[in-house]
Design a protein around this ligand. Structure first.
Ligand SMILES: Cc1ncc(C[n+]2csc(CCOP(=O)(O)OP(=O)(O)O)c2C)c(N)n1
Ligand code: SF4
Ligand SMILES: [Mg+2]
Length: 439
């Protein structure tokens, strides 16, 4: 509630409205203003979001927050604004044209039951651009694009949102004396609300189809489109539910997480990058994560970028890791110090690294893949002799650490124990490797 009574939410400097004489838009805005006056909403907490078209000119007349965007997208902006601050009263003013162009957004807003109010300025045509037909143009109607009579059935906006779960749905006309009351209920409902307001475009649709107040009501009857409050139900409102469930749970999980203490020392002086070229199902990405965890346990920063085909369970699997004594501000790996090549599935993908003459790195390679053409220093690894395929990524990284020493192997071993899954079998594989290869 504002501290002093607000007698109008309209900006007097902008008045009168710049609509054509008799256009229904002004009548609807008057009713909306009266609704805000009745409710005495804090103007700082009201956001009027307009779509495109003549209806889209409306927000500038109000002394509230406003947002004007692309045609058909007003409901997406409203959804974002309501999600950011559920305490706001978010009101969308949209034409029938916008409802066609952004029809899917209407349905999804209703399905989610996001707490925004949509007022449809339904004049059955694209007023602003010259009276073309829209999704609500009645069959038989003459418009600039349907000179011989419209052949399509008009979209029932109310039923479309009602069947998808809107909390409040009403249909009426701009001539309805109870419009303020309907708007009040729509704004007060805790959930998605929509009021479909039928009205006259006096420049195009009304003269072409001899539409006036009486024939507008006859059209409603002929089309068997019900009027009044069509749905009023209680459902959980989305923006509040999102705060409670998703943000609440995320906060809880973050608070539960223990920070990783650095217990080991690293002698790494500058950023170091490695590429692990594995195969789907062979835990390449898990092993890279463990490698990075070992780095963090050694006081380093770490980043990881994974790459695999859309068919995730077949083909190559590549992980790029960067570890550094300083914060990593760019996670792209341009010059890897090391390439660990374990499976033929990834060979083609790492070909550019193998062929790059400017690189002064080391290739740790499963010896079964030799020979390969490369300028890198090659260290062959007898993978078959030192462990099962499913542990090659872990064992291969242990070999890399043994030779390049960016941080101690003990940190890597501890990182293995910190995994929720696989830690026992990985540890057994690591210890068996250490016994054979002297880790
Ligand atoms: C994506 C996109 N397509 C087309 C247009 C052109 N355009 C501007 S206003 C308008 C018609 C608006 O009709 P409606 O939403 O019913 O509002 P009215 O003018 O009738 O109030 C169109 C098609 C646009 N701005 N953006
Ligand atoms: S063109 Fe139609 S919708 Fe636009 S202001 Fe004129 S009467 Fe209203
Ligand atoms: Mg229109």
């Amino acid at each position: 509630m504002p501290e002093t009574h607000i007698s109008s939410y309209l900006d007097e400097k902008k008045m009168p409205y710049h609509f054509c004489p008799g256009c229904g838009h002004g009548k609807i805005l008057d009713r909306l203003n009266q609704t805000l006056v009745n409710l005495q909403l804090d103007p700082h907490k009201v956001v009027i979001i307009t779509d495109i078209g003549c209806a889209g000119l409306s927000d500038k007349y109000f002394n509230t927050n406003a947002f004007h965007g692309l045609h058909g997208r007003s409901i997406t902006y409203a959804t974002g604004i309501k999600l950011a601050n559920p305490n706001l009263h978010v009101i969308v003013l949209i034409g029938d044209g916008g409802c066609g162009i952004g029809g899917n957004h209407l349905i999804h807003a209703a399905r989610r039951n996001i707490g925004v109010t949509v007022v449809v300025f339904n004049n059955f045509n694209y007023g602003m651009t010259g009276g073309e037909h829209s999704v609500t143009t009645p069959d038989g109607a003459i418009t600039s694009t349907t000179s011989y009579g419209h052949l399509e059935r008009p979209m029932d906006i109310c039923q479309s949102v009602a069947v998808n779960g809107a909390s409040f749905v009403a249909r009426t006309s701009s001539f309805d004396d109870t419009l303020t009351n309907i708007f009040t209920q729509a704004i007060q409902v805790d959930g998605f609300s929509l009021v479909d307001v039928w009205e006259l475009c006096t420049a195009y649709y009304a003269p072409r189809n001899r539409l006036n107040r009486r024939s507008l009501e006859e059209t409603l009857t002929r089309l068997e489109f019900q009027t009044g409050i069509l749905q009023h139900q209680t459902r959980v409102e989305y923006s509040r539910a999102y705060r409670n469930v998703v943000i609440g749970e995320a906060d809880r999980q973050i608070k539960m997480r223990k920070p990783i203490e650095s217990k080991y020392q690293s002698s790494l002086g500058s950023q170091w990058g490695g590429v692990i070229a594995g195969k789907a199902g062979m835990k390449t990405i898990t092993a890279a994560r463990i490698f990075n965890l070992g780095a963090i346990l050694s006081g380093l920063w770490a980043s990881q970028r994974n790459e695999y085909p859309v068919t995730v369970k077949s083909g190559y699997s590549i992980a790029e890791v960067i570890i550094s004594p300083d914060e990593i501000l760019f996670t792209g790996l341009i010059q890897p110090e090391c390439l660990l090549l374990l499976f033929p599935e990834s060979l083609r993908k790492v070909e550019p690294i193998l062929q790059d003459c400017s690189l002064d790195g080391t290739l740790f390679i499963n010896e079964a893949l030799l020979p390969v053409k490369t300028k890198l220093n090659v260290i062959p690894l007898p993978m078959r002799d030192i462990g099962k395929q499913k542990y090659w990524s872990i064992i291969g990284l242990a070999e890399v650490l043994k030779h390049t020493k960016p941080y101690p192997l003990d940190a890597f071993r501890e990182a293995i124990t910190m995994q929720n899954e696989y830690s026992e079998e990985y540890l057994a594989a690591y210890d068996a490797w250490a016994a054979i290869r002297g880790g």
